[in-house]
Design a protein around this ligand. Structure first.
Ligand code: FAD
Length: 456
């Protein structure tokens, strides 16, 4: 059955993961969707200035993988064709955490894909380009979101095209997927409206990444490695995943000043000082294929748009513009794709409403809370490090003890291991841990108070 159109034109700001997936979600409901991107968009997977984070490991969670596959049926095959390395989740990545070097590796029956961020984005972009009614306009930097004089509704955007000339474009709906979301905040400011409250978790994370050719004598008992330090003393960690083209991408990092340098020698020295030698041993004789790239991530930020009394009709921020998570947990792309799926469902739900666009943003803000609750609660684990800034939850010690006991059970019991991975991959909410039978086991374990290391 054909979908009901709810507007003539939607404009999406930004062709990153949030913008591209949102464009896919909007295509059925608008005559035309125009995506404005400030960068030139390469015809092949390649780095670009607007997404500097793409030089670092980008793990795609199972929830994100599934959401992308629903938005773009057959997407997983696109990743396979692009050279993604198949990973058996729970088995192929060696996870090293204090007390478990490694954590038991088990085949839990799921496949994930390890692939570079530019290749993931390129695969999504190709899908988006295949829609007849979506136009990608590269080298168009949006300068301003414009609205009606009374500030009630958004009417379009003003942007600068590739020649530096100013242009305007009208829209029934503007989606701000610019990552920073400053255009939305600027509009609210210019209208004299309140800005959303922000919750921040200051982590001062420093990342450094390098790419290596996989050597012929690479270990065969793992395809990737995740190494955690001993919190709270040691914030250093590393993640090494395979990439298309028989490469390894190695990201190492730490917090609050204990961050890796940007030269090769310093990079290797930092890798050597990780809590375990696995990553260093793997790369010390491997051929380096790229310069060391660095990234500083000061804080996780959650903007509470859901608390605003009103919001301009026809405007919707999405992805990082609403919530930026500590990248260590690999959640941002998946949350962006899940938000796009929510947007698609809301457009379907509202299609026969008199004014479907009026209710869109408030309902989106309300319903996405359930979606970001679990990833945000994961980001809160950063309070395990005493220098973390922000509002430490009152019951945080209990949360840590609960996590330690749960980890012990997961190491022993494949069913609990599977559940913890389902929560980590955002397939199930964290509330799944409140299952009464599981709670009883965790509490019993906590009561035993066996000496255990803190989680990394
Ligand atoms: C170091 C690091 C590592 C990460 N690792 C992971 C990971 O392992 N797994 C994971 O899922 N997530 C990871 N993330 C998070 C992930 O990159 C983001 O959450 C995700 O890209 C969010 O998508 P977005 O569309 O909101 O923003 P982005 O993908 O950043 O896209 C924003 C786009 O908007 C464009 N733009 C900005 N301003 C304008 C303008 N004025 N006009 C036109 N275009 C504009 C930019 O050029 C860019 O293309 C990581 C992030 C960082 C920083």
């Amino acid at each position: 059955m054909a979908s009901t159109r709810i507007g003539k034109q939607a404009v999406v700001i930004g062709a990153g993961m949030g913008g591209l997936t949102a464009a896919g979600a909007l295509a059925d409901r608008f005559d035309r969707v125009v995506v404005l991107e400030r960068d030139n968009l390469p015809s092949e997977p390649a780095h670009r200035a607007g997404t500097p984070q793409a030089r670092h490991v980008h793990g795609l969670l199972l929830s994100g993988q599934r959401a992308l596959n629903e938005l773009f049926p057959g997407f997983e095959q696109d990743l396979v064709r692009a050279g993604a390395v198949l990973l058996r989740v729970g088995l192929d990545v060696r996870v090293e955490r204090p007390g478990y070097d490694p954590f038991p590796q088990r085949d839990l029956g799921w496949f994930g894909y390890a692939v570079s961020r530019p290749t993931i984005e390129h695969a999504v972009r190709q899908r988006v380009e295949s829609f007849a009614n979506i136009t990608l306009r590269p080298r168009c930097r949006v300068r301003e979101i414009s609205g009606t004089p009374n500030g009630e509704s958004v009417t379009g955007v003003r942007y600068e095209n590739g020649n530096g000339a100013g242009e305007t474009i009208g829209a029934d709906l503007v989606v701000d997927a610019s990552g920073r979301g400053t255009l939305t905040l600027d509009l609210l400011r210019s209208l004299g409206r309140p800005l959303p409250e922000e919750t921040t978790i200051g982590i001062d994370l420093g990342y450094a990444t390098s790419v290596y050719s996989v050597p012929d004598d690479a270990p065969t008992d793992w395809k990737g490695v995740m190494t955690f330090g001993q919190a709270p003393q040691n914030s250093r960690g590393g993640l090494m995943l395979p990439l298309e083209g028989n490469r390894w991408m190695v990201t190492i990092g730490g917090r609050h000043g204990d961050v890796p340098p940007g030269d090769e020698e310093g990079f290797l020295a930092y890798a050597k000082a990780l809590r375990t030698p696995t990553i260093y041993n793997a790369i010390s004789h491997a051929k380096r294929m790229d310069d060391v790239a660095r990234y500083g991530f000061p804080e996780s930020v959650r903007r509470h748009f859901e608390r605003l009394d009103s919001f301009p009709r026809g405007l919707l921020p999405i992805g990082d513009a609403i919530c930026r998570f500590n990248p260590v947990y690999g959640q941002g792309m998946s949350v962006a794709a899940l938000e796009a799926s929510l947007l698609q469902r809301l457009l379907e739900r509202f299609e026969n409403d008199g004014d479907p666009i009026a209710g869109l943003a408030p309902t989106f803000f309300a319903e996405m809370q359930a979606l970001i609750e679990t990833p945000w609660s994961v980001a809160m684990l950063d309070f395990a490090f005493p220098d973390t800034r922000g509002q430490r939850p009152a019951d945080f010690e209990a949360t840590l003890k609960f996590g330690i006991a749960l980890t012990q059970l997961a190491a022993e019991d494949p069913a609990v291991h599977k559940l913890t991975l389902e929560v980590q991959h955002l397939l199930k909410p964290r509330s799944a841990y409140r299952d009464p039978a599981l709670m009883q086991r965790v509490l019993a374990r906590m009561a035993e108070a066996r000496p255990v290391p803190a989680p990394g």
